[in-house]
Design a protein around this ligand. Structure first.
Ligand code: TYD
Ligand code: MG
Length: 470
């Protein structure tokens, strides 16, 4: 801006949270990080009279057209589900994830799908060369002239190109490798990230072109750089999964245009990411039946119930405090469940290490899986396998009570669809519709559930047909 009297001034910018301060601090007063303030020169008006911006126009609510009608589906059902039905015009979507998890692949596939329906996609290749991206497209076995790559790291110039090209969607790969030419900070630094994101936002809002930003994730699991980027954009998605597992889960942590509960499940194959329409079948595929420490839980992710196997292993602890280790499950929650089992169900775990693993690289966040996790632990501790045709649904309270969960019928229907014949449920559950074909075992407390385990075991031994693990 050339309005007002401009001069360059020095500010100190925190590289963690983006705080700007006129002076130096050893410790950032905003986020508390040490030694993160870096000096920058910025353009600033020196108190000169600023031209006041134009006043905002008035829009009666009834005259604003609904964004819902204008959503553009990508044509990848699992991706669209997480977006809330498709891309909203003018929205900026940040896609985060560990390096190598499949972010570029996912967005390139989205671009190719859009192109197949005639949309023009501009792909800003700031991290890899167009040849590398072409290699990826070759693996996906699609070629099109409606996806245009531009090897450019400067945001201003990329947006100029976009202004001339009028694409339907822009993909920025990645936000950490682009920069604004007039800022003397390195790409990936707080000021570059924040100002670049601001430029993309302005462009998206002005032209209505939706923009995807790819962002790398730090070891702590946050999008590298300032949190401000997450606050600025409309949607924040994370692509998660174990690198050496085939499953990938797409999750929204923020969505101004939809729910953040929905997840998308994909499988990484030789030809890119493939939608997994029936995640339960995939997650249960490798289950070994009649082994102690395995329970099937029903997690309700958004509107979709998913059956997942939880495995627990208890083993005598060495010296010191016994360990509680969880993969795909919150460790604090695990500690709590162990305490509840010890106190209210008499399960002896005080001298045992407890390991819990959620299969398939998925992360369970819902309390409704508590009962299943607790029973998997009790089963491992007692050496008695749980009935493999039973699902466990219920939240555990600190008093050992089994609490009700929402969406029970939907969960039961999915369990029935997959051939489960029994469900252990909170006694307080009210089931409205008739659920034939699944036996209901109501339990009031974790103690009741654990003592039912012995009964279950007899039944399961009677029905047991030795099944070698595949
Ligand atoms: P990539 O999209 O480059 O990850 P990111 O952008 O998140 O860093 O993909 C990473 C991995 O995916 C890479 O190790 C190769 C693998 N991959 C497949 O297995 N199949 C495929 O069809 C493609 C394109 C990639
Ligand atoms: Mg990439």
């Amino acid at each position: 801006m050339s309005r007002g009297r401009q001069r360059r001034r020095a500010v100190w910018v925190c590289q963690e949270c983006g705080l700007e301060s006129p002076g130096y601090f050893g410790r950032c007063p905003s986020c508390g990080a040490w030694g993160t303030l870096v000096e920058r020169m910025v353009e600033g008006s020196a108190g000169g009279a600023r031209a006041s911006p134009p006043r905002g126009a008035l829009h009666p609510l009834s005259e604003i057209s609904s964004a819902e009608q204008k959503r553009v589906p990508l044509g990848m059902p699992e991706f669209d589900r997480v977006l809330g039905g498709g891309l909203v015009p003018g929205s900026v979507v940040l896609l985060g994830g560990d390096p190598g998890i499949g972010k570029s692949t996912l967005l390139l596939q989205g671009a190719l799908r859009l192109a197949q329906r005639g949309h023009l996609v501009l792909y800003l290749a700031a991290e890899e060369s167009p040849e590398q991206i072409k290699l990826r497209a070759d693996r996906l076995a699609v070629t099109t002239d409606r996806v245009v790559l531009v090897a450019e790291t400067f945001v201003d110039r990329a947006l100029e190109t976009a202004g001339e090209l009028h694409p339907a969607v822009i993909i920025v790969d990645s936000i950490q490798t682009v920069s604004l030419s007039h800022l003397d900070a390195a790409p990936g630094s707080v000021s570059q990230l924040r100002d670049s994101t601001a430029q993309f936002l302005q462009f998206a809002k002005r032209t209505g072109v939706p923009i995807f930003l790819i962002g790398h994730v730090t070891k702590e699991g946050l999008i590298a750089g300032p949190r401000v980027v997450e606050h600025m954009v409309d949607v924040v998605l994370y692509l998660e999964g174990e690198r050496f597992h085939q499953h990938r889960v797409l999750r929204a942590t923020k969505n101004r245009f939809g729910s953040t509960n929905e997840i998308g499940v994909f499988e990484m194959t030789d030809a890119g990411l493939v939608d997994v329409g029936n995640p339960s079948e995939l997650f249960l595929a490798e289950r070994v039946r009649h082994v102690p420490g395995s329970a099937v839980v029903v997690a309700l992710e958004g509107t979709r119930p998913i059956l997942i196997e939880v495995q627990a292993l208890t083993s005598p602890a060495g010296y010191g405090t016994p360990r509680r280790v969880a993969t795909g499950f919150d460790v604090t929650r695990l500690q709590l469940l162990v305490a509840v089992l010890m106190k209210h169900a008499g399960v002896r775990l005080g001298d045992q290490d407890v390991f819990v693993n959620v299969t398939g690289g998925i992360r369970l966040v819902e309390p409704a899986v508590d009962l299943g996790v607790a029973l998997a632990i009790a089963s491992s501790a007692s050496g008695i396998p749980l009935d493999p045709d039973t699902v466990y649904i219920g939240e555990l309270g600190l008093a050992g009570e089994v609490r009700g969960v929402h969406g029970l019928e939907r969960r039961l229907q999915e369990a029935m669809r997959l051939g489960f014949s029994r469900a252990v449920l909170p006694a307080s559950s009210r089931l409205t519709s008739q659920l034939r074909g699944i036996a209901i075992v109501p339990v009031r407390s974790v103690a009741e559930a654990v003592s039912a385990l012995a009964v279950t075991a007899v039944r399961s031994r009677r029905h047991a047909t030795p099944q070698p693990p595949e």
